[in-house]
Design a protein around this ligand. Structure first.
Ligand code: ZN
Length: 283
């Protein structure tokens, strides 16, 4: 499931083909994804110029010169592919439509952007640009972890009000935007915080330490995604999914990566999600 770095990588991959380009044709090949597409979506997108492509949490937002903002959510399995990218060294030929290609944007620069989503947990909607940030989907999302509003004072205060385990608290999108299971596990490992510890009992210095650790983990992943973008033209034009080496995530039973630590990574289930941690380093 894409988390913030993957979504940011997709945004960066789409930007050269979509920013300042006009959608000359939009193919909407089914009535819905996770929920119905907005009325006359294809018609409302046709002829619109993309003014900017931005991200809020795990949503990609394309502000259009029509006064509307196209919201895109990748869900569990949504994938975006660019073909005919005129800015690359060479252009991918436009592929034939394949199964689950639900939406296709034809840009006036020759690029074609295809949204493929086998499981259809993804979503697209059209919002008024002026009020987009207060839309029900976006209004209650917490600060961006890479933004200035996410800082030590904010996080200490927010955690002090949480009676849940720290792992669960950090997954709460109202507390901080865009963090998912993978990066929360990795952040708690790097901070040496036990995932079962109650958020409100976290020592102030540990809470403070989490802020730069979370930023660093996300920035590292975005950088890795950037490297994958350089290869994406060779790899078929699909954006956003790339291999990482994680320190604890997905490593149950494997040795802890900390030097001189003899423990193995353990897995527990919290709020229905797997948590990976080192019982020694995170005691
Ligand atoms: Zn360890």
């Amino acid at each position: 499931m894409p988390e913030l770095p993957e979504v940011e990588t997709v945004r960066r991959g789409l930007a050269p083909s979509m920013t300042d380009a006009v959608i000359v044709q939009a193919d909407v090949n089914r009535p819905d994804l996770r929920w119905p597409f907005p009325e006359r979506m294809a018609e409302r997108l046709t002829g619109a110029r993309v003014l900017q492509l931005r991200r809020r949490s795990k949503y990609i937002l394309a502000d259009l010169d029509s006064g509307e903002t196209l919201l895109i959510h990748l869900g569990m399995s949504g994938r975006m592919t660019v073909s005919g990218d005129p800015l690359g060294q060479f252009a991918h030929e436009h592929p034939a439509l394949i199964k689950h290609d639900h939406v296709v944007f034809h840009m006036n620069n020759g690029a074609r952007v295809t949204f493929n989503d086998p499981r259809r947990f993804g979503a697209m909607d059209l919002l008024d640009t002026e009020t987009a940030d207060t839309h029900a989907l976006l209004a209650k999302i917490g600060p961006e972890p890479l933004g200035n509003d996410f800082n030590e004072a904010y996080l200490s205060q927010a955690l002090s009000a949480k009676n849940t385990p720290i792992k669960t608290a950090l997954l709460d999108q109202r507390l901080v935007a865009g963090l998912g299971n993978i990066y929360v596990c990795e952040a708690l490992f790097r901070a040496g915080v036990n995932p079962t510890q109650k958020a409100k009992d976290l020592a102030p210095d540990k809470a403070a330490a989490l802020v730069p650790i979370i930023r660093e983990i996300l920035l590292d992943a975005i950088e890795a995604g950037g490297s994958s973008l350089k290869d994406f033209r060779q790899a078929g034009g699909e954006l956003g999914y790339f291999q990482h080496r994680f320190r604890v995530y997905g490593r149950e039973g494997e040795p802890c990566v900390t030097q001189d630590c003899a423990s193995a990574v353990e897995r527990i289930v919290q709020s229905g999600r797997s948590t990976f941690f080192c019982p020694t380093c995170q005691s």
